[in-house]
Design a protein around this ligand. Structure first.
Ligand code: TRP
Length: 417
């Protein structure tokens, strides 16, 4: 067994021990008490909670208390647009969609193109912004409510975010940033500041409402260091601490560690040609034996099998059917080839449907995206005709009464500085 693993906001390697992470990060496990409460409030327990795909949280009971007392919460999540979306990214977003539907909650969705530009040597500013747009198509394709969903790129919404971010930044010392993120003297200073940009959307709903609004952040556990900082700073600025619910990572098709955009052979992108995706699945690591005879005799090992993990995480919602598949595998009744083909079919039909919706999302982007309007950035990102620009301007005006070059009037919770 590989005991070594590492989980930071920028790097996840090795076989992750999630129980250990709960301890190290100081979060709370999703336990029976929460599940029972969840069922009482919402009527059922979604697959992601049942299977402990979302396994940990901070202050979930607090946000449910608020909810039960009639105080609505806002959802906040995001994406670091360093490349195309893969199906591992969709997992927390699908759960977020479920949360939006179930709790009738608005969603703020941050594209941290600034972060990815700062972190990744080879990524240009323009590419990062283009991926913000590309990835937003995947978010929209999942069916979020356009009336309640605000997607923004840091590089385009910075005027609004920066005013909150500087207030956060003023309360974080370099020594805290070093301790939390492991920064050293060779870290570029943009990255050191960045955590305050990721904190900003947690307070934005309160700034806009002019009163404290509870916020729940669904996210993969690797982002917890950022939100520890956010939560530390929150009371100093007069805001609620955001609550959070954390998910595990979808393993790569090679088994063990998380699906990684930097290893395309073992990762399924939402933009993959269906044939390519099939091929990747047929080449996946399984828990099979060296020969059919061996497998029939000894059975497979679903615990280490990437294919089984895909059923578990995304492609077999029916708990009884999942159990049956596991049993058949372990008793040698089903061979890896069959299991892979079946998964390939499911992934292919999922991709076909997703890609269709993704295509249509291009026309709906304006219904979702908020930005501090800037014609220059917009031209950089994608060419637009004048009519389109005018329309976008009108939308922005509605949100923030922004005139080009104007400062933005936002209602503050209280005058902080
Ligand atoms: N930094 C995150 C990433 O690299 C993106 C992100 C920004 C995010 N805000 C978030 C993720 C809130 C989850 C929740 O993926």
């Amino acid at each position: 067994m590989n005991e070594e693993f590492k989980v930071t906001p920028w790097d996840v390697t090795g076989k992750v021990d999630y129980a250990k992470l709960i301890e190290e990060f100081g979060t709370e496990p999703i336990d029976e008490g929460i599940l029972t409460r969840w069922k009482r409030i919402t009527g059922s327990i979604p697959m992601a909670l049942q299977r402990k795909i979302f396994f940990s949280h901070r202050d979930l009971n607090w946000i449910l208390d608020r909810y039960e007392q009639g105080e609505k919460f806002v959802l906040y999540t995001g994406r670091g647009p360093s490349g195309h979306t893969h199906i591992g990214h969709l997992m927390p977003w699908m759960f977020t969609k479920y949360l939006q539907d179930t709790f009738d909650a608005p969603l703020y969705f941050q594209m941290t193109d600034d972060e990815k530009f700062l972190y990744k040597d080879s990524l240009s500013l323009k590419e990062a912004m283009a991926f913000s747009y590309e990835n937003a198509l995947d978010v929209i394709a999942l069916g979020f409510d356009p009336k309640k969903t605000y997607i923004f790129s840091d590089l385009e919404y910075n005027k609004t975010l920066y005013r909150i971010a500087v207030q956060v930044a003023k309360r974080i010392t370099f020594s805290t940033a070093k301790a939390v993120f492991g920064f050293d003297s060779s870290t570029n200073i943009g990255l050191i500041f960045f955590t305050s940009m990721q904190s900003a959307p947690a307070f934005l709903p309160s700034v806009q409402a002019g009163k404290n609004v509870p916020v729940l952040i669904p996210h993969a556990i690797d982002q917890d260091p950022h939100f520890r900082v956010t939560r530390d700073v929150a009371p100093k600025l007069g805001y609620y601490k955001p609550a959070a619910i954390h998910c595990t990572f979808l393993p790569s098709l090679a088994g063990s560690d998380k699906m990684s955009a930097s290893r395309p052979e073992t990762t399924i992108y939402t933009t993959d040609d269906v044939k390519v995706a099939r091929k990747k699945i047929l080449g996946a690591f399984t828990g099979g034996r060296v020969s059919v005879e061996e497998q029939k005799k000894l059975g497979g090992v679903p615990g280490v099998c990437a294919v089984f993990q895909y059923y578990y995480y995304l492609f077999e919602e029916d708990g009884a059917k999942l159990k049956e598949r596991e049993r058949k595998c372990m008793s040698g009744e089903i061979m890896c080839g069959e299991c892979k083909l079946d998964l390939a079919d499911r992934v292919a039909s999922f991709l076909e449907r997703h890609q269709e919706k993704r295509e249509k999302a291009g026309d709906r982007i304006k219904d979702f995206v908020v930005s501090d309007y800037s014609a220059a950035y917009d031209r950089l990102k994608r060419p637009q005709d004048r009519k389109e620009v005018a329309k976008l301007k009108r939308t922005m005006k509605e949100y923030y009464s922004v005139k080009e070059g104007d400062s933005i009037r936002i209602n503050r919770t209280r005058d902080l500085e």
